[in-house]
Write a protein that binds this ligand. Structure first.
Ligand code: ZN
Length: 179
């Protein structure tokens, strides 16, 4: 069993926020992992400061061409912890968005962010993947379909992402215990 954590790969993303943010930040040398609002930005900062794995994932994405937008949001289902998908299909500039189910236990939210950042690293490593259909193909190839939640036919999981989420969670709990 991989994990009880469920994440979904979007086919079409309906993210209402980013485009203005995208353009505002394009010119800067900001990290490739960007919050779309203050709460999401703080979340990224907390992950980086409290988890060595989180730090490593952000470093790897900073060195890639992929730009990752992160948003905490309320989901209509409790089954979903997080999801990732392309903001738009454009092979000259690749943007994905991660949405984290919130509010939840904060450690779980951060672990979900680590999990999704691992997916972002998987996508970053495949330069040809720049739209939703290529993304679906990639995960059909490298992922396992999540069949437990029958309704979520576009859900896949990778062992690496599941393990990354668990490792981040362990690191976070260890950091809390030391403080
Ligand atoms: Zn996943």
């Amino acid at each position: 069993m991989l994990s009880s954590r469920v994440c979904t790969l979007f086919i079409l993303l309906t993210l209402s926020t980013p485009l203005a943010v995208v353009h505002a930040q394009d010119a800067s040398t900001a990290s490739h992992v960007r919050g779309v609002d203050e709460a999401s930005t703080i979340m990224i900062r907390d992950l980086v400061s409290r988890s060595a794995t989180g730090r490593d994932l952000v470093d790897r994405l900073d060195q890639s061409d992929l730009v990752v937008y992160v948003r905490r949001r309320l989901f209509s289902t409790a089954l979903l912890n997080a999801r990732i998908g392309f903001v738009r299909g454009n092979c000259t500039r690749r943007y994905v968005a991660i949405e984290i189910a919130a509010p939840r236990n904060y450690v779980e939210e951060l672990a979900a962010l680590g999990h999704e950042l691992q997916h972002a690293v998987e996508i970053a490593g495949e330069r040809g993947v720049c739209d939703a259909s290529a993304l679906a193909e990639l995960y059909t190839r490298i992922g396992d379909p999540v069949e437990r939640w029958g309704g979520l036919v576009d859900s896949f999981e990778t062992r690496t992402a599941a393990e990354t989420g668990l490792r981040v969670r362990r690191e976070l709990l260890q950091t809390s215990a030391e403080n």
